[in-house]
Design a protein around this ligand. Structure first.
Ligand SMILES: Cc1cc2nc3c(=O)[nH]c(=O)nc-3n(C[C@H](O)[C@H](O)[C@H](O)COP(=O)(O)OP(=O)(O)OC[C@H]3O[C@@H](n4cnc5c(N)ncnc54)[C@H](O)[C@@H]3O)c2cc1C
Length: 489
């Protein structure tokens, strides 16, 4: 067994980042200019985790995450600091819809994760039946809900606005973002701004209105605050790795290096790593764990005093999902549809389809517009694993047939790609905020250890980056304190 931890020559503390997804690479990026030596260990053969890009019909199209919030300074700050400012490109539209009750119906403008803020506007969309709208209107008459602690999204929203709002609006959103179920997901963790507002406004529609101001005509002319990178968001991980390696001579970024064990050592931490060369040990002064909850929990299970973190992490389930990318000749798309400039539509599970969300990629991202129209379809959600138990050709055929039924697109796709993302989306089930607080408290008791990634504060790329910043700051604060302590640690 080699001990790579001993080969440092500059005497700088060694920080090992476990996981080369966006969180791990962002953590390494934030550490690159600090007086530490960084090593990123990625178990699979490529960097990026849920970020990947490849060509479909000659167009570079993301296979996993494709979009970020451009108005979040931490996210765009990282991209700009990494020299990617000129590759940030904004979405051409954020207008979205629901395919239900036999039509693609535009979403109301005033909604948050499908929870409507203006019930008259909702009624005009035709998404709900007349009974569904009448039930939603009862919200303003109902007594304040007695909410003690966290509840499920479905329980709270259905209690106030009725089950149809859950089924046709909110569940499609949470299914899109988490591949999850409204009846299982945490109201506090997945609709946080609304959960906060709902403590001030007994009516949930009023709470939604308070966080979704009426559209400002001046704002409407501005591009939506959703961005990607030209060439694909999937190019970000390799780029970050290159920047880290260029900026920090002692840095290393390894793929095919799975961390199988984490243990306290005299120096700080000892990691057991499995690679093609066989098992080895790497010593570190501090460790950032940037892997999904399952492997993070397994690593922490072996660390005395971290049982609470390991147990909490083991309680976070993950959903399987698949992205089915279809390419059509431009002329195949009905003019009426392209004229609406929709970025896509979601499909309520109650309507019994396979595809749960569709993005008109080449409409949403004008820089990709050309001779082919690219359509991105998402399928699969927790508890419905059978949906994805078909081969790729079958999944692509079902997606194309449902798309044709919804949109009237003529003929079949000229190219297809199916990307399976098994165990990819963490489920923030009821109690998630408390669970994360317990995990973080338990990790904080371990000297020089931090966690980051999508399992904690939000599944998006931007939030994963924000947790990486926090983890980098935590290990730096520990190392500074450690260096200042007279008798070492
Ligand atoms: C299909 C899909 C579409 C999405 N679309 C969007 C979107 O458009 N916008 C958005 O903001 N978010 C989106 N997301 C969510 C977002 O992409 C992810 O939540 C985020 O990228 C997770 O980053 P991460 O670094 O926390 O984890 P991961 O990407 O899972 O990275 C963790 C890495 O750790 C590695 N690893 C695991 N165990 C070990 C080990 N023991 N040793 C070493 N390495 C290990 C894994 O191989 C992996 O590379 C999407 C997710 C999916 C699945």
């Amino acid at each position: 067994m080699a001990d790579n931890g001993q080969d440092r020559t500059d005497g700088a503390p060694h920080v090992v980042v476990v996981g080369g997804g966006i969180a791990g690479l962002a953590a390494a990026f934030y550490l690159k200019d600090e007086p530490v030596r960084v090593t990123v260990l990625e178990g699979s053969s490529r960097l990026g985790g849920k970020l990947a890009v490849s060509e479909v019909a000659g167009v570079a199209v993301d296979e996993g995450a494709e979009a970020l919030y451009a108005r979040r300074p931490k996210t765009t700050g990282l991209l700009k600091a990494a020299g990617l400012g000129d590759r940030i490109t904004l979405a051409g539209t954020k207008a979205a819809a629901v395919w239900t009750r036999n039509e693609i119906r535009s979403l109301p403008g005033r909604q948050i994760m499908g929870v409507p803020g203006d019930l008259d506007e909702l009624a005009r969309t035709g998404i709900l039946s007349a009974d569904g709208v009448a039930r939603a209107r009862e919200d303003s008459e109902l007594p304040p809900s007695d909410r003690n602690g966290d509840v499920s999204v479905a329980a709270y929203v259905a209690g106030r606005l009725g089950q149809e709002v859950v089924d046709r609006l909110v569940d499609p959103f949470v299914n899109d973002v988490y591949a999850g179920r409204a009846e299982e997901l945490s109201f506090e963790a997945t609709l946080t701004p609304l959960a906060v507002a709902s403590r001030r406004y007994p009516s949930l529609a009023a709470a939604a209105a308070s966080v979704t101001p009426p559209p400002d005509p001046a704002e409407e002319k501005m591009p939506p605050g959703i961005a990607t990178l030209t060439g694909g968001l999937g190019t970000l991980p390799d780029h970050l790795a290159e920047v880290v390696l260029a900026a920090s001579p002692g840095a290393a970024v390894r793929t095919g290096a799975t961390v199988t064990q984490l243990a306290r050592s005299e120096r700080g931490w000892r990691l057991t790593v499995e690679s093609a060369a066989g098992p080895e040990h790497i010593d570190a002064d501090a460790v950032v764990i940037a892997v999904p909850a399952g492997p993070a929990g397994r690593l922490l299970a072996g660390v005395p005093g971290a049982t609470q973190a390991a147990t909490g992490l083991a309680e976070i389930p993950y959903a399987d999902t698949a992205i089915i990318t279809l390419a059509y000749p431009r002329a195949a798309f009905p003019g009426e549809l392209t004229g609406r400039r929709l970025s896509g539509y979601r499909v309520p599970v109650v309507d019994g389809r396979t595809v749960s969300a569709v993005t008109f990629t080449t409409v949403k991202w004008p820089h990709l517009a050309g001779e082919v129209e690219i359509v991105r379809c998402q399928a699969g959600r927790i508890g419905d694993e059978k949906l994805l138990q078909r081969d790729d050709a079958d999944l692509a055929a079902v997606a194309a047939s449902e798309l044709a039924e919804a949109t009237g697109v003529a003929g079949g796709p000229v190219a297809t790609r199916v990307t399976r993302w098994d165990g990819s989306l963490p489920q923030y089930t009821v109690g998630h905020p408390d669970r994360v607080a317990r995990i973080r408290a338990s990790v904080a008791e371990q000297p020089g250890l931090a966690v980051c990634g999508a399992a904690y504060d939000g599944v998006g790329v931007g939030t994963s980056i924000a947790t990486a910043r926090k983890a980098a700051d935590q290990v730096l604060a520990f190392l500074r304190k450690d260096a200042a302590a007279p008798a070492g640690r």
